[in-house]
Structure formats: structure tokens, C-alpha cells
Design a protein around this ligand. Structure first.
Ligand SMILES: Cc1ncc(COP(=O)(O)O)c(C=O)c1O
Length: 388
């Protein structure tokens, strides 16, 4: 072979001989076929194999199998982001003329997607207070195909009784979709409680290290194949490296969450005892209105997210920004490092002040995503920052 050919083609046939302990990264956007029979068999799913990057790689299969098993679902599909997963899910499950019932307490971009884009597709969406299963049932019409809720809402950590909702929806041909991004399968497994589909922004606890933007949909094989077909067509596929990173992060999910939940409870109790704090929103506290429900649904703790109202309002939040040394302002969550955000200026900035007040999002509301640090260091940082 000539040098140009060696450069273009060489080295591709090297195999390791034995299996590496850590799964390799398949950083390829296409796979090679040796016969037309193989093309036929792999394309039709009759033989194992992969086709093309947008359709998936072994790194996708690895992440999908892990999340499906952790959630107790038959199958999963990995997407480019949580929003990409929601888009593929809606396109895969719903069609023009269908009706979707959605919780009023949803991540802002999900609400915007449902209002502005899904509505444009001729799919009607009704928003209801999903913390009461009866409100959801009242909103159903003969055209309702799905109910979409967040298990733990953002930023006020309201809990949806997934079990009660699933029991009421059983046998009606309505999919119960649970966005479980704030909980993670270490805290809540909605399929075991009767939900049919679970969705994650894997950007958060699933990957856990602030280095991936990803989403995953878990459900029955039939549902996931419809979502996968939509994801392939609209191109909401994840990169192999992001699959690899998310799967690597997932290996420590339970250890991370055990520590994060324990730290969150300690911080919630600490904040509740501070005179500068009007109210702490954490389902693990007896003062949370749904503490009993959370204790019934959640395993291994009440999650790593909490929010609290600073009595001093916006000026007290400004002081927090300048005084916190360890806990950084970062508008996401789920990292091993503790971060905070200010919903009034981030996720809910486009909502009118009156509507925000009605939702319970006041000018002093701060959200914490609790990490794995020594909790004493977090308490020291917060103590100095919240003092008047
Ligand atoms: C509850 C919830 N669902 C979905 C998303 C969207 O995920 P992504 O940012 O990965 O698209 C977010 C993002 O913050 C979220 O908080």
C-alpha cells in the first residue's frame, strides 16, 4: 500500500484480543458490513450490529441498558438532552388531534415546548395542578393520550403521588409520563409505582459530574421503539462520548445520592433553624406538606434538591451571591459539587411577577443542589452568607 492509503486506511483492524475492563468508546459515526446478508439482517434487527451514528452505537446501547434496568423498564433510548428526549417522546407518542394533560409545575422549557411547539402540531395541552390526582382525572378527555408530570417539582420540591395517579389511569389507554430528573432512580422508580414512561435530563444526577448534556426515555419496548424512531428522524441523538461519560457517571449514582441526600437533610434542618430563613422546601423535613407521601414513595432519602426563602428578599439573595465562597451559582443541578440558583432570575425569569407569586416563587427563593462535600464546610459557607 502506498503511504496515502496507509494513512487513510491503516490501523483500523486492530482488536484487543481480550475484553478491556472499561468499555471502549466507539467514536465512529458508521459501521462496516461484510455481506448483503449482513446488511439485511442488521438493518432488520435480526442479527446484532449497528448501522449509523444517528441510529446508535454500542455506547448508546450500554447507557440505555443501564438506565432501563435501574428504572425497571423494558428498554430506553438516549437523546441529545432532556429537551431532546421530551421532543422525541411527544413526537413518538402523540399525533395531531391528540390531547396531553401536563402538570402546571414543570421545568420552564418543557412548559414552553408544550405551549408553543406541541400546540402548533395540533396537539392540545391542558395544564393542571398534578399534586391532586383528581384534578388530573377531571382534565382527561376521550382524546387524552398521555399525562406528563415531574415527580419532584422544580424549584419548590412538590411531590406528585405517582402511585395514586397511575392507579387511577390504569386501563384507560393513557400513558403516565414521569420526568424524574430531580429524583433519579436512586430515590424514585416510577415504573414500579405504575407509571408507563420515565424521562430524565441525564445532564443531572444520571451523569452527575456537570460534563454531559443528555436525556433518556425509559418504557416498554413498544413505546421506546416509537420514541427511538422519532429521535432518529429528528436527529436528537446523543454522541458516543456523552453516552460513555453518562454511563461512567451512572456507576456511582447510588453512592453519590446516598451522600447527597444525607447532606441535603442536614442542610435543610440547619436552614430551618436559622432566623434569616422564612421557610425550607425539602420533602425530607416533617414541615413539608407532603412529608408522609415522600416517605412512602422515596427510597434512600428525599433527594439532593432543596429550596428556601430568605426573609430579606432580593437584597439578601444579592448578599448571598457576593458572600458564598464554596457554593457556586450555576443554573443546573445534579453535580457532585453543591451549587445554587435563583429561580426568579433563571428558570422562571419570563413568568410575570404576579404569576410567580401565585406559584410560590418569591424574591427570596433560593434553590440548592446538594453535593458530596463535607457538610460542615457547606454549613460554614452558608452561615457566613445568609447572616443579615
Ligand atoms: C425537570 C427537568 N426536565 C428536563 C430538563 C431539560 O433537560 P436538558 O437541559 O438536559 O435539556 C430540565 C433542565 O433543567 C429539568 O430540570
Amino acid at each position: 500500500m502506498r503511504l496515502e492509503t496507509i494513512a487513510a486506511r491503516g490501523g483500523r483492524d486492530v482488536t484487543s484480543g481480550n475484553r478491556p475492563l472499561t468499555p471502549p468508546l466507539y467514536q465512529t459515526n458508521v459501521f462496516v458490513f461484510d455481506s448483503m446478508a449482513q446488511v439485511e439482517a442488521v438493518w432488520e434487527g435480526k442479527e446484532p450490529g449497528f448501522v449509523y451514528g444517528r441510529y446508535g452505537t454500542p455506547n448508546h446501547a450500554m447507557l440505555e441498558a443501564m438506565v432501563a434496568e435501574l428504572e425497571g423498564g423494558e428498554a430506553a433510548v438516549a437523546c441529545a438532552s432532556g429537551m431532546g428526549a421530551t421532543t422525541a417522546l411527544i413526537l413518538g407518542l402523540l399525533r395531531r388531534g391528540d390531547h396531553l394533560v401536563a402538570a402546571r409545575d414543570l421545568y420552564g422549557s418543557t412548559t414552553a415546548l408544550f405551549t408553543d411547539e406541541v400546540g402548533r402540531l395540533g396537539i392540545e395541552v391542558s395544564f393542571v395542578d398534578a399534586s391532586d390526582p383528581e384534578r388530573v382525572m377531571e382534565a382527561l378527555t376521550p382524546k387524552t393520550r398521555a399525562v406528563f408530570v415531574e415527580a419532584l417539582s422544580n424549584p419548590l420540591l412538590r411531590v406528585v403521588d405517582v402511585e395514586a395517579l397511575a392507579a387511577r389511569l390504569a386501563g384507560r389507554g393513557v400513558e403516565l409520563i414521569v420526568d424524574s430528573s430531580l429524583a433519579s432512580p436512586a430515590v424514585l422508580r416510577p415504573i414500579g409505582l405504575g407509571a408507563s414512561v420515565v424521562l430524565h435530563s441525564a445532564t443531572k444526577f444520571i451523569s452527575g459530574h456537570g460534563d454531559v448534556t443528555a436525556g433518556v426515555v425509559v418504557g416498554s419496548r413498544a413505546v421506546v421503539e416509537r420514541v427511538r424512531a422519532a429521535a432518529i428522524r429528528v436527529g436528537t441523538n446523543l454522541s458516543p462520548f456523552d453516552c460513555w461519560l453518562a454511563a461512567r457517571g451512572l456507576r456511582t449514582l447510588h453512592v453519590r445520592l446516598e451522600r447527597q441526600c444525607a447532606n441535603a437533610l442536614v442542610l435543610a434542618r440547619f436552614l430551618e433553624g436559622r432566623p434569616e430563613v422564612q421557610r425550607v422546601h425539602y420533602p425530607g423535613l416533617p414541615s413539608h406538606p407532603q412529608h408522609g407521601l415522600a416517605a412512602r414513595l422515596f427510597k434512600n432519602g428525599a433527594g439532593a434538591m432543596l429550596s428556601f426563602d430568605l426573609g430579606g428578599g432580593a437584597p439578601a439573595v444579592e448578599r448571598l451571591m457576593t458572600r458564598l465562597r464554596l457554593i457556586e451559582f450555576a443554573p443546573s443541578f445534579g453535580d457532585v459539587a453543591t451549587t445554587w440558583t435563583y429561580p426568579a432570575r433563571t428558570s422562571h425569569r419570563r413568568i410575570a411577577a404576579a404569576a410567580k407569586a401565585e406559584m410560590g416563587i418569591g424574591p427570596g427563593l433560593v434553590r440548592l443542589s446538594v453535593g458530596i462535600e463535607a457538610v460542615e464546610d457547606l454549613i460554614d459557607d452558608l452561615t457566613g452568607a445568609i447572616e443579615n
